[in-house]
Design a protein around this ligand. Structure first.
Ligand code: GDP
Ligand code: MN
Length: 395
């Protein structure tokens, strides 16, 4: 799960990583103005969306006084930043900047460790810095045996010195790195990025921005990451909310063939065969192990609640899940769903596939087509989707 900036700063703050004075989380222009009045002086109006590069797109503005804060808030609320609509603004007391640095730590799967990236050139796109002046970007892999007791201060200092952080503040920057690493471990983050870390004119080191990704697989250790699940920061659409409420792995895509399968690999393969058949998938949905009538009905409801879906491909490989039970699940789901104008193509393979197909054929449901192979299923689903879509346009 990705945190928005103000949440990242909260997480940093409670782990001793220096952040600016606490700001206000605002949902209306009036709240922004009230906060600017309360803080007094220079403030910064910051869009809270899960996307980077907000500054360049008009989502971060300095305000000299509450009137300017109002103007900026009016412009920033509702702004579209890389497909994310701004619903929340973080109004923060302004910081004075003399220099901007870069620091991030991420999981390094290849080396089974962590990768620290540090540079004295911050505040801009680090990939760009890396392309034009790679010598200014320090990359250091940390292996688990080096970090069993956390990141030791000497290593942190070495990294920050290599990154050419000036002598006056290099100790503070190293200390920040040690604390950031500890925060990453304690909070089970897979990525922490600060761009920029600033040096203030009075030589303090502060994290001015925060990007944090928490490990969903570790959510059970953190009360389900409930504390960060603030409604309204990012509007989930209807399907995404439904998927979250029902705990299914669902990702919206931009086509019109709904996809539903068991196992992430099989669902990925389904997307590919649909593409090969000349169609486009409307979603990724992995129903996981259990494929009883209820799971099937819930998942089908989810896929069909998307108006763009013109046909559905159900692709199940029976292992522990038996295809005859899946077939009954599909029919049970159709019963629960009632009248429907879209067709399902069901491909069953593996344990009890024959029995499953027979159940479907015998039922002779007007909306359910059984298919023997994945390719055939995809072709049929794509054809049905095209038919429905042309029927809709010709009326
Ligand atoms: P991003 O564009 O999404 O990465 O948003 P940032 O939080 O990194 O802000 C972008 C830029 O705005 C920073 O690199 C700073 O140059 C500037 N900025 C942000 N906050 C302040 C502040 O409090 N004071 C000043 N002077 N500049 C700021
Ligand atoms: Mn930034």
């Amino acid at each position: 799960m990705d945190l928005v900036e103000y949440q990242g700063k909260q997480l940093f703050g409670r782990n001793g990583v220096p952040v600016p004075p606490e700001g206000a989380v605002c949902r209306t222009v009036d709240e922004v103005v009230a906060a600017a009045e309360k803080f007094g002086g220079m403030t910064v109006v910051k869009a809270q969306v899960k996307a980077g590069g907000r500054g360049k797109l008009g989502g971060v503005k300095l305000a000299k006084n509450p009137d300017e804060a109002r103007e900026h808030a009016e412009a920033i609320f509702g702004l579209d930043i890389k497909g994310h609509t701004v619903n929340v603004i973080y109004l923060e007391p302004g910081s004075d900047i003399s220099e901007e640095y870069y620091l991030s730590i991420l999981h390094d799967r290849v080396n089974k460790g962590y990768l620290v990236i540090a540079s004295k050139e911050g505040g801009m796109d680090i990939e760009e810095v890396n392309r034009s002046t790679p010598e200014l970007v320090v990359k250091r892999v940390l292996l688990p045996h080096e970090t069993a007791d956390g990141l030791d201060p000497a290593t942190a200092l070495e990294i920050m010195t290599q990154a050419k952080i000036p002598a006056e503040v290099v100790d503070q920057a190293s200390d920040l790195l040690v604390k950031l690493f500890a925060a990453m471990i304690k909070e089970d983050a897979t990525l922490v990025e600060i761009n920029p870390i600033i040096r203030t004119p009075d030589d303090r080191i502060v994290a001015l921005d925060a990007k944090v990704t928490l490990d969903d697989n570790a959510a059970f250790r953190h009360n389900g990451h409930e504390e960060w699940d603030v409604p309204g920061v990012e509007e989930r659409d209807e399907q995404e909310q439904f998927a979250k409420d029902n705990d299914v792995a669902y990702v919206k895509l931009d086509g019109d063939v709904g996809i539903l399968g068991n196992g992430a690999g099989l669902v990925m393969a389904s997307l590919d065969v649909v593409a090969q058949a000349g169609g486009r998938a409307a979603n990724f949905l992995d129903i996981g192990g259990g494929a009883d009538a209820d799971t099937m009905a819930t998942s089908l409801k989810l896929v069909l609640s998307d108006d763009r879906v013109n046909s559905v491909l159900v692709n199940v490989f029976g292992g522990i899940t038996q295809c005859d039970l899946v077939a009954q699940g599909v029919l049970g789901a159709m019963e629960q769903l009632g009248d429907m104008d879209r067709k399902l193509v069901v491909r069953l393979d593996g344990t009890n596939a024959k029995e499953g197909r027979k159940i479907l054929t015998d039922a002779n449901h007007p909306n359910v087509v059984a298919a023997a192979t994945m390719a055939e299923a995809a072709e049929t689903a794509v054809k049905l989707a095209a038919e429905r879509s042309s029927a809709a346009t010709t009326g």
